[in-house]
Design a protein around this ligand. Sequence first.
Ligand SMILES: [Zn+2]
Ligand SMILES: [Zn+2]
Length: 249
Amino acid sequence: MKIEILGCSGAVMKGYNTTSILIDGNILIDAGSAASALSEDRLCGIRHILLTHSHIDHIKELPFILEALYSKKDDKVTVWGSRDTIEALAGNIFNGVIWPKITELNSYKDIVFFREIPEGEIMLEGLAVKALPAMHIPGALGYLVSDSTGKVMFSGDMGFDTNFFDLAASLNHSLKALFVEVSFPDRMEDFARLTRHLTPALLKKGLEGRAPTTARIFAYHMKPRYIDEVVAELPPNVAYITGGEVFQF
Ligand SMILES: [Zn+2]
Ligand SMILES: [Zn+2]
């Protein structure tokens, strides 16, 4: 499984892209920055877009990604998310005011489909994808993506949730990588809890007391203005990403 981190920041700032993670060149997790990070040819290789939730740092380039796809290709593209996320996009972005409705866009070329992601595992482009409920806003999701050699877990945005860490621990050696959001430094834990995000201390609390994972653990979604503080506070077994990294698991 090839994973390209096009962007993974929790806010927009010069030099930092918001969350878009490309898997095997054709599955995109979140639409925060792919249109500005990828060439048009590579954009047109996307077949599925898995949205974690409707916050703007995760969807802001979706209109422009779809615009590239409409202009270049005839293959179908599916945008997946929870019912809350799909309804939020239809009501607030693709509503004929902020951007054309999907029905209007599809009257030009009927290739883009918005679909509620089912519970359980679905197969997309040879990968098994499972949506994981995330404690952030209603309908927020993380994703577990598997191929024949292993599993990779993406938290999406989430507050402290023992279920997430229990699942990661239960996957044992099959879990190759764990990408987990850490948005704020420890001194902002009250605000992090209020907005349902993690801090390094909350991540540590989630990892402690469970079977130690052999997976590589990466913190992401740091707010750029707090990156130095967050990185200094991360547990020693946790690496971090800021965008531009490429992994093969
Ligand atoms: Zn976010
Ligand atoms: Zn969010």
